[in-house]
Design a protein around this ligand. Structure first.
Ligand code: FES
Ligand code: FES
Length: 211
């Protein structure tokens, strides 16, 4: 009997909680719609360097770096896959370090130096990593490839700088340039086509200065 009362109570609590949550979500939506209608969306200016060129943008404060690059600067080489930090398709380099641009607000990057796939090389003057991906057939559909290449370039810089990974055997020594290190460090870049073994070959070739 006591057990039944507890169950009843928790069901009642659950209904009250769910109703409150739905009301809160509805209120947020209404607030958002009203703000949009009354043009009260907060807009701020941000300045950063992208592929060597200074850019000044007026952005809705909620704009991600990925959307600023793709929608505002028309640099569509950087891809939107999951838009939630799971696939690595949006990888770019900021001040020499790779990040998932979908997880970062553009306004966080005042005065930063950003490099996208377009800034690494051009069709007439490919970066060595771009050339290696072509030579080793390290892609199929190519959707993940810009992110893979930006990540790969940053991975070699990380290893050269002595930054350890989860599979580094000795933290007192510089990490080795073996395929375990490369696979671990590239694990945040998903390839639905499964071109992984060729991607590792391409990175290994660049690391060995064979390209
Ligand atoms: Fe950024 Fe997938 S789009 S991690
Ligand atoms: Fe198709 Fe990687 S080449 S998702």
């Amino acid at each position: 009997m006591e057990e039944n009362n507890r169950l009843k109570l928790s069901r009642r609590d659950m209904i009250i909680g769910t109703t409150a949550a739905i009301t809160a979500i509805a209120a947020t939506k209404v607030t958002g719609v009203e703000a949009a209608k009354s043009n009260k969306i907060a807009v701020l200016e941000v300045s950063f360097v992208v592929n060597g060129k200074k850019q000044h943008l007026q952005l809705d404060t909620r704009t991600t770096l990925l959307d600023a690059l793709r929608e505002h600067l028309k640099l569509t080489g950087t891809k939107k896959g999951c838009d939630q930090g799971q696939c690595g398709a949006c990888t770019v380099m900021v001040n020499g370090r790779r990040i998932n641009s979908c997880l970062s607000l553009a306004l966080q990057h005042e005065d930063d130096n950003i490099v996208t796939i377009e800034g690494l090389g051009s069709p007439d003057d490919l970066h060595r990593m771009q050339a290696a991906f072509i030579k080793h057939d390290a892609y199929q559909c190519g959707y993940c490839t810009p992110g893979q290449i930006c990540s790969a370039v940053a991975v070699l810089e990380e290893i050269n700088s002595g930054i350890p990974s989860h599979v580094s055997v000795n933290l007192n020594r510089s990490p080795s340039l073996n395929s375990d290190e490369i696979r671990e460090r590239m694990s945040g870049n998903i390839c639905r086509c499964g071109a992984y073994s060729n991607i590792v070959e391409a990175i290994t070739a660049v690391a060995a200065k064979k390209i």
